[in-house]
Write a protein that binds this ligand. Structure first.
Ligand code: GLC
Ligand code: CA
Length: 579
């Protein structure tokens, strides 16, 4: 999948960025906010702030070094104060944990390491009291090889579950059926000695692909969604949704020049990714979730940077995924005003006219604090990226700890790697442990995450970048996120239109959010130099003293003396409402 290539590229780029010295940055409190206008007809997910939690790493309630559901429940007040409306919980189902939960052996239970179904029900109930919804991760492409379905399937060629997975004869003795490679390295086929046939796995060999052409599989998987919706979940994040189908004729994929981090030839996944039939499944699944009240939502891991293709994930009649994830910001690893402007405009006007979702980081990406940081101004830059995705027209999706400026802590030695791709691909691919380290609650031992040494270690910066320290600092990244999230609840930031301005500026990304409640201007200085930004407003002149500052970061060196301009400190933002 491209996000893994993306994370490698991003790491390389962030390592080659130089550092430079700029004035310390402070942020100013909102000096007022625009009136709230309710759009009650909108589904909740259009205006919700989503927050991804990797349960293993959020909070450990029982002192075993691994995060759990009760740990999340214990911190719901924190999430509520931050302004979170919905949690995307990455998999916490029973699992052998080869891929840390993305290999599921029982879809209708909770892994004991994370708690029980009763703990889950409590999490839902406590979250509801705070108006926080829970969205489950739904891994639909594959199960664990320990799932009873696969255990039965591999037992004999005539087992009723045989056809629930993708089994084929080898091409010839000891040769897999074709050249398809696993995205996690090497052949996508494993020979199973019991029956002498190969099974197909797009990911690890312990993650055999389900056969979505089998109606029984569809029914079983749709029943899983009912099980969780009956328990009160607000929707699903569909894992790896593009690769549900494979070409029936098993045609070889085209080979591209060069090799990847695993030493395999580069390959275009032409015949085993994004096949047309995916859309049939998505439409059916959407009907299932729409049969429940409460505007349940589908978020999709749809990793393509092709706007047209991604846009199709909404469905021709907006009848598939409501919020396809675009990986545009996740793949863009430079603070480039021109690139951001282009990507936002493309997605804001996507051909399906679907509602945009924006995010920077997740559990498969190097954290964006590192990707965009220059090692000197990282905290200021964290406010720049926060402002960008929290003031656009669309739904923002955060990754736990980004509100603190959490950075990666990548393993230094292959012996320390947990994530198997880090072992297979070392040293080019170090795996994803680095972005999955414990949430940084305090400056105490183990970052206040656990009472014993946790499964992964927080980066040294946890001493300064943690909840307790940042709550007490008025200009911390955490307090900046809180102000931004509050502000985005107000109109026109909540649902107004997006209109870019000063579109040839190489340093400042600027736009208007316009609606019945007025106009807000957002100006973001992505450069390390102070900018005298002269807003070029359609049909009228900008007057600084007539505008009302809502939130800004950074302290310009020179005073703001020109009425037709805003002076922006290096890596700073300015949000104001216009008359
Ligand atoms: C998705 C998940 C990733 C996982 C893979 C296989 O890409 O985000 O963490 O390894 O699917 O399930
Ligand atoms: Ca625990």
């Amino acid at each position: 999948m491209r996000q893994f290539n993306g994370r490698l590229t991003s790491l390389l780029i962030s390592l080659t960025l130089g550092s430079s010295l700029f004035p310390a940055v402070t942020c100013f409190a909102a000096q007022g906010s625009a009136p709230v206008v309710a759009h009650s007809s909108d589904p909740w997910w259009k205006h919700a702030v989503f927050y991804e939690i990797y349960p293993r790493s959020f909070a450990d309630s029982n002192g075993d070094g691994i995060g759990d559901l009760n740990g999340i429940t214990a911190h719901l007040d924190y999430l509520h104060d931050l302004g979170v409306d919905a949690i995307w919980l990455t998999p916490c189902y029973p699992s052998p944990q080869i891929d840390f939960g993305y290999d599921i052996s029982d879809y209708c239970n909770i892994d004991p390491v994370y708690g029980t179904l009763a703990d889950f029900d409590k999490l839902i109930a406590e979250a509801k009291k705070r108006n926080i919804r829970i969205v489950m991760d739904f891994v639909i492409n594959h199960t664990s090889d320990k799932h009873p379905w696969f255990v039965a399937s591999r037992s004999s060629k005539t087992d009723p579950k045989r056809d629930w997975y993708v089994w084929r004869d080898g091409k010839e003795a000891n040769k897999p059926p074709n050249n398809w490679q696993s995205i996690f390295g090497h052949s996508a086929w494993d020979l199973d000695s019991r029956t002498g046939q190969y099974y197909y796995h797009f990911f690890y060999p312990q993650q055999p692909d389900l056969n979505w052409r089998n109606p029984e599989v569809r029914k079983a998987m749709f029943d899983v969604t009912r099980f969780w919706m009956d328990r009160g979940v607000a929707g699903f994040r569909l894992d790896a949704v593009g690769c549900l189908f494979e070409d029936q004729n098993l045609q070889d994929n085209p080979i591209k020049p060069g090799t990847n981090a695993f030493g395999d030839p580069n390959m275009e996944s032409k015949y085993n990714d994004r096949l047309e039939e995916v859309h049939d499944v998505l439409r059916e699944l959407r009907q299932v979730i729409d049969s429940y009240a409460g505007d349940r939502v589908l978020i999709g891991e749809t990793s393509t940077s092709n706007v047209k293709e991604l846009s199709r994930m909404y469905g021709a009649k907006l009848d598939e995924i409501q919020l396809p994830m675009n990986f545009f910001f996740a793949y863009l690893n430079k603070l480039s005003a021109a690139d951001f402007r282009r990507l936002i405009s493309e997605w804001d006007k996507n051909p399906a006219q679907g509602w945009p979702l924006y995010f920077f980081s997740n559990h498969d990406q190097v954290r964006h604090y590192v990707r965009y940081g220059d090692k000197t101004n990282n905290d200021a830059i964290a406010k720049v990226t926060a402002t960008l995705f929290l003031t656009l027209r669309g739904t923002p999706l955060m990754y736990y700890g980004e509100e603190l400026g959490m950075e990666n802590n990548d393993p230094k030695r292959v012996e320390d790697v947990y994530d198997p791709i880090g072992k297979i691909g070392w040293p080019k691919e170090k795996g994803r442990d680095g972005e999955r380290t414990p949430m940084q609650w305090t400056a105490a031992d183990f970052a206040g995450f656990s009472t014993i040494k946790p499964w992964l270690t927080a980066p040294a910066s946890f001493a300064s970048h943690n909840v307790t320290v940042e709550e007490a600092q008025p200009d911390s990244i955490l307090n900046f996120y809180k102000k931004l999230i509050q502000l985005r609840r107000t109109e026109p930031l909540r649902s107004g239109s997006y209109e870019p301005i000063n579109t040839s500026d190489q340093n400042v990304v600027a736009y208007l959010r316009k609606g019945d409640a007025g106009t807000v201007m957002v100006a973001i200085n992505m450069s390390g130099q102070e900018q005298l930004f002269k807003p070029d407003l359609p049909g009228k002149k900008f007057s600084a003293h007539e505008s009302r500052v809502l939130l800004r970061s950074g302290q310009p060196v020179k005073p703001d003396d020109n009425d037709d301009a805003v002076r922006l400190a290096p890596f700073s933002v300015h949000i104001c409402s216009l008359p």
